[in-house]
Design a protein around this ligand. Structure first.
Ligand code: ADP
Length: 508
């Protein structure tokens, strides 16, 4: 019989013990020792069980006396022994005389045991361990021992679960650490004061970081470049990206993510090689396009000479087909050259431009086409709008490409509306038509090079290269603007471009 005072004192000591350390072996060893001492048992042991009910650890009150327990013995204990029974039944048990009990599996250090007690470590309906006390006298343990040890086992069950969760979190954290540390891309985290609170190895190398704890971003190598880029990145969005040139000639794509309670995560992607390839590709396209132009002009010249000859009806028709083909190739080459030049920001003089005047000029050039297709043109071009920064010819190209598409894709008799307006510091150009519309899933793609919406069955083939809108996008974005389409199937499409408006009108 164990006294109430001893039980209460022991439960207190043990619950304090569980709060001192997260090292399971150490805490459980100590708890076992305290329990053995208080109950004056001969031996104390703890079987920790995994989710499949297999013994994952065997802890002893006196590890120095630990016998060699074979895996076979541990399996037997679970299959036939007392520990297995307690696990299955989820309740404690007293064995008054082991000599007469079939459920006792003898361990090598059991010579002196005659009675035993076992209690489950029960947590949320699952037994994650079994605590066993042994004594050399038969009938040593009574119900008071069992209820005390059951209480201790209940607390131990919580400690085992906490340790399991802790080790799971630690494992996940270590995996994540290894992943980020080993990443070839520099990653850094900065706090609200722009202090670097975390970097991986690649980040430390890039910023030439020494051991200084949490240095200010501005004080490290390349920090000012990053600071400037950060200012320009969209601070309101949770993530955005930007290209930045590094002092050693490399080019990085900087992406920024705001993570709540952590800070701002900056990830740098080395895109130097990609940029070089892109430049090579543009140079290649430009050279090839140039070289194609001359022989094409020669073909055109000879074909025009042929036109003056006395040709048969058939010959004339063939010649006109040939000249049409030449014109198409010339158009494609011109578009390719334009894209290469716009991308490389070549041959451009940037100056304040009056979009109203530009749009009026461009629309004048469409009169004939509009009349041929019996189309109505509505132009809403206010005279007193602020100007924009750009190149006259390129901006004309934007308006011309959009209007030309509207005319091309809208059936005979349709209506085209071209409007200019000023809103929130931006000039907005909108070109609407009453054409077939563009399916929602195609609306982003049509701005990609060479992309054309697949033709609907039975619809008439419309000539095109798939480059017009990518040219519009390259020009507008080059001047700091945006372009998108709003469209409804069967109703029509509106292409909208915005450009930053200049604050002052230039003196005439
Ligand atoms: P292209 O007109 O030479 O094919 P674009 O780049 O100008 O190339 O346009 C890409 C595609 O977008 C077109 O092939 C067409 O499918 C679609 N598109 C462009 N403008 C319109 C429009 N106003 N109405 C319907 N579809 C359009």
């Amino acid at each position: 019989m164990i006294s109430h005072a001893v039980s209460t004192e022991l439960m207190h000591t043990i619950s304090r013990q569980f709060n001192t350390s997260l090292d399971l072996d150490e805490v459980m060893g100590q708890v076992l020792r305290l329990t053995v001492e208080a109950t004056k048992a001969t031996h104390g042991s703890l079987f920790l069980l995994d989710e499949q009910g297999r013994v994952s650890r065997y802890i002893l009150a006196r590890p120095e006396q630990a016998p060699e327990i074979s895996p076979h013995n541990l399996e037997k204990v679970m299959a036939e022994g007392l520990v297995g029974w307690v696990y299955q039944q989820q309740q404690g048990m007293l064995l008054d005389n082991i000599a007469t009990h079939h459920r006792w599996v003898k361990f090598p250090d059991d010579a002196e045991t005659h009675s035993a007690l076992a209690a489950p470590l029960l947590h949320q309906n699952r037994v994650n361990g079994v605590l066993v006390l042994r004594h050399e006298q038969p009938h040593y343990f009574d119900e008071s021992h069992l209820s005390l040890v059951t209480g201790i086992a209940g607390q131990a069950a919580i400690a085992v679960e906490n340790a399991r969760l802790f080790s799971q979190i630690r494992h996940e954290r270590e995996t994540l650490d290894a992943l980020i540390t080993g990443m070839p891309n520099p990653v850094l985290v900065i706090d609200a004061e722009e202090k670097i609170i975390f970097t991986n190895a690649a980040g430390r190398q890039l910023l030439a970081l020494t051991q200084v704890d949490h240095p200010a971003l501005a004080s490290v190598e390349g920090g000012l470049i990053l600071k400037a880029a950060l200012k320009e990145l969209n601070q309101n969005s949770t993530s955005s990206t930007r290209e930045i040139p590094w002092s050693d000639g490399r080019i990085f794509n900087l992406s920024l993510n705001h993570v709540a309670r952590l800070g701002t995560v900056l990830t740098l992607n080395d895109i130097t090689e990609l940029k070089r390839l892109d430049e090579l590709k543009s140079a290649f396209v430009e050279t090839v396009s140039h070289d194609l132009r001359n022989p094409l002009a020669t073909i055109q010249g000879f074909a025009m000479l042929l036109e003056m000859e006395n040709l048969s009806e058939r010959g004339r028709s063939n010649l006109s087909g040939l000249l049409q083909g030449v014109a198409q190739i010339q158009n494609l080459i011109q578009n390719l050259l334009d894209l290469a030049r716009i991308g490389a920001k070549m041959d451009e003089q940037i100056e304040p431009c009056d979009l109203t005047e530009i749009a009026e000029d461009v629309l004048g050039g469409f009169e004939l086409q509009l009349a041929e297709k019996e189309m109505t043109l509505v132009a809403d071009l206010p005279a007193e709008l602020p100007w924009v920064l750009g190149n006259d010819l390129r901006l004309s190209q934007v308006v011309a490409n959009l209007v030309s598409n509207a005319v091309k894709y809208t059936p005979k008799g349709g209506r085209i509306t071209v409007g200019l307006s000023y809103e929130d510091g931006e000039i907005r150009l909108a070109v609407s038509d009453t054409g077939p519309g563009i399916p929602p899933e195609e609306q982003d793609q049509i701005f990609e090079r060479f992309y054309r919406v697949p033709m609907m069955e039975n619809s008439e083939w419309i000539e095109g290269t798939g480059l017009g809108l990518s040219i519009v996008k390259a020009i507008i974005e080059g001047y700091g603007g945006r372009v998108w389409v709003e469209s409804e199937m069967g109703v029509g499409s509106t292409f909208i471009c915005t450009l930053p408006a200049l604050p002052d009108m230039p003196e005439e």
